[in-house]
Design a protein around this ligand. Structure first.
Ligand code: ADP
Ligand code: SF4
Length: 682
């Protein structure tokens, strides 16, 4: 199909200093924890995006010197010439498809503890290092400042030799030493680099000018700048000093890459920023202050919104990290008039969480993300079917839907049986919760695709028993029947049933979805620590009920620190008037009362009318266990997704994908043999 002419504007080339982007789709720098530890995987990950039509593809932050060592995180590294060859892999992979390659040179200042290099972190002033590591950064002297300028220049020269077209100077996310110099909270200097705004911006101006002088004839110089920190007067503000800074530096860089800070605001989840383009109020002013092109982000997945950003003069280039992760082929799909095929980011930040736990990237919507080199998985291509055998998939949650879709893409005839009246499984249920409506995209994308495939039969309202399945005589059967929340309290803290639980009518999230009457004061006991406990607290407060959220962890929904949501969840629950009790676990339950204690042996008695346990789940695998008794009848019989091992939606999608890829292959999907990057010992 041809592109709709209303999107032509997105495919115009944009001149950026000495280089020209082939279109307006711009993958801004984003982490993937492949980086210097897994350079082939890094190159493949970025190369697929160039193939998918992104006109510019950037690295993640790249450390320029051992004084900026982000260990244990594995991002980019360009400390000396020995790092150049691995960057060549990335630039070659991007250039192969006609895109420009950008590199985000970064010095993290006091944001790192230099755990590998073991040199003292540096900062404008002596200041405690970020995070919890008990180390302090030392105040930079004049020689350090000269060194920092030189390191930027040396890194830029190396970047040019490695083949990059765009070289970044970075002052964003509260993660960069240049930004640290700009902020009075961190910069207490009394020399010409501290005090007045002119002085605090001096180092950035110098670095921008130095880098431009060094490589600007060949490479475009991009300046990534956080225009607002959403902290009011306690931070940088779009209608405050930020505006003055843009004015002071307006024409120095070749490109302004603007966003909001910190990372939790820049990469806000859909739960807290449901609408595309949420950064516009803070970044839109930049275009009116410079003649240089501007790129910005805002979880853009809709081509119409992108066009509107350009036409209204908000941005010149459509920046994306997460939309490019969820669908590396997004630009090509717009170009080919296949809007309906776009796999839209759901704004869950599972990708971000991986970075926060220093593990390679993964994505809920795109199970091939990070697997491009490791397993040779391509987001749009898959191996052809090995035989003409039909396949039965039982259960249409994320695992069953993804398995069915990929099997259909391979060319298998697929029957998908679902007990419910609608497809979606857990995403259908969970997307009905406050703030999680975007999760339904996991189903919508797959349902739409499945309905366009010829050899797919979908049977709704079809709960299959083992005998039904045996009677069908289909040789390959994948069981994706999901999981149920436990009723006995067993979870991370309680390895045995909670004392007294048999005396109490206990509810679980499944009962909430089933519409059970859950009345009066609700006690939610969260030993799961991801979103469910907090989101149910929100739901019952919205219904006007009194809610107490109790967790054995030190903070509510503590795992969501990794998705950058924890502080926002806590604040929302406090605003809603939820009673929050942390660091306490239940020692005994009685009708209407829970007895708790903490590690200081303090005790509480919490009253409730209804109690909801959000602890852990059990696989709904009775059907699978029954079928195992007849296993020899099947060529393939497999449990996948939550029915195999309860986990995240991302894990279920991945499992469904892997099962489809591995069907009738030599690969044991329970123990896949993938390619690994092993350090050479020569
Ligand atoms: P996952 O996250 O692993 O995909 P879900 O819990 O989201 O799992 O989805 C499981 C789906 O399987 C649900 O929609 C459920 O209705 C369906 N299901 C469970 N048992 C059967 C069965 N015996 N026959 C058909 N569908 C089933
Ligand atoms: Fe979007 Fe979630 Fe994928 Fe990240 S993990 S790109 S937020 S769908």
């Amino acid at each position: 199909m041809a592109r709709d002419p209303k999107y032509d504007i997105l495919f115009e080339p944009v001149k950026i200093g000495p280089v020209t982007a082939p279109n307006r789709f711009y993958q801004v720098p984003h982490c993937n924890v492949l980086g210097h530890g897994r350079p082939r995987a890094e190159a493949a990950n970025r190369g697929v995006k160039a193939e998918g039509g992104w006109g510019v593809v950037c690295t993640q932050e790249v450390e320029i010197h051992p004084t900026s060592d982000v260990s244990p995180f594995i991002e980019g590294r360009l400390w000396d010439d020995r790092d150049i060859p691995q960057h060549h892999l990335m630039t070659d992979a991007v250039h192969e498809h006609g895109a420009l390659a950008g590199i985000e040179l970064a010095h993290s200042g006091f944001h790192v503890a230099n755990l590998y290099s073991r040199v003292a972190p540096i900062a404008p002033s002596s200041i405690a290092a970020y995070g919890k590591y008990p180390v302090q950064a030392r105040a930079m002297n004049r020689r350090d400042i000269a060194d920092l300028r030189r390191w930027h220049v040396e890194a830029a020269r190396r970047a040019k030799r490695a083949g990059y077209d765009i070289v970044y100077v970075y002052a964003g996310h509260d993660l960069s030493i240049l930004q640290h110099f700009m902020k009075p909270q961190y910069n207490q200097r009394s020399d010409e680099y501290g005090g007045s705004l002119e002085n605090r911006v001096r180092l950035t101006r110098e670095v921008l000018t130095d880098v431009k002088e060094a490589v600007g004839d060949h490479c475009a110089i991009a300046f990534r700048f956080a225009t607002d920190e959403l902290m009011g007067a306690d931070g940088m503000q779009a209608d405050g000093e930020s505006r003055d800074i843009v004015g002071m530096l307006a024409e120095i860089p070749d490109l302004w890459d603007v966003n909001i800070s910190d990372w939790s605001n820049d990469s806000s989840t859909a739960r807290f920023e449901p609408v595309e383009g949420y950064q516009e109020p803070y970044t839109a002013f930049v275009k009116s202050m410079t003649s240089k092109p501007v790129v910005g982000v805002g979880r853009f997945t809709s081509a119409d919104t992108m066009v509107s950003q350009i036409r209204r003069g908000v941005l010149d280039l459509i920046g994306a990290a997460r939309p490019s992760i969820a669908d590396p082929y997004l630009p090509r799909k717009i170009d080919e008039g296949r809007i309906e095929d776009i796999r839209e980011c759901i704004g869950c930040n599972i990708c971000v969480a991986q970075d926060n736990i220093a593990a390679p990237i993964r994505c809920t919507q795109n199970p091939t993300q990070g697997e491009e080199w490791k397993q040779g998985w391509h987001p749009e291509r898959i191996e052809a079917a090995v035989s003409t055998d039909p396949v039965l998939v039982v259960g249409a949650g994320p695992a069953g839907l993804e398995a069915a879709l990929q099997l259909a893409n391979r060319g298998y005839a697929v029957s998908l049986a679902e007990a419910g009246e609608l497809l979606g499984g857990r995403v259908l249920r969970e997307s009905s919760l406050p703030g999680l409506s975007s999760y339904i995209r996991v189903r919508d994308y797959r349902e739409h695709q499945l309905r366009t495939r010829e050899k797919v039969e979908i049977y709704l309202d079809n709960r299959l028993a083992a005998q039904d399945i045996i009677g069908l005589e289909i040789p390959h059967v994948l069981i994706a029947t999901g999981a149920r929340w436990r009723r006995d309290g067993i979870g991370r803290t309680h390895r045995r049933a909670i004392d007294g639980i048999e005396k109490v009518r206990v509810f679980t999230p499944d009962d909430v979805f089933a519409g059970d009457e859950i009345n009066g004061r609700v006690l939610i006991y969260d030993d799961d620590h991801y979103y469910m406990g907090g989101v149910l607290a929100e739901l019952f407060r919205e219904r006007g009920q009194e809610v107490c959220l109790l967790t054995p962890e030190a903070r509510v929904s503590i795992w969501t620190e990794n998705t950058l949501e924890q502080a926002k969840i806590e604040s929302r629950l406090v605003d809603l008037g939820v009673d929050i009790v942390v660091s306490h676990w239940i020692t005994k339950l009685e009708a209407g009362g829970a007895y708790t204690r903490n590690s200081l042996r303090q005790r509480l008695e919490l009253n409730f009318d209804s109690i909801i346990l959000v602890n852990s789940r059990v696989p709904d695998d009775a059907l699978y266990q029954e079928l195992l008794k007849s296993e020899p009848r099947f060529k393939t019989l497999r449990a996948i997704g939550d029915c195999y091992a309860p986990g995240t939606i991302a894990a279920a999608v991945y499992d469904g994908h892997a099962a489809a890829r591995h069907l009738e292959s030599d690969q044991d999907m329970y123990a896949p043999l993938f390619t690994r990057e092993i350090p050479a010992l020569d």
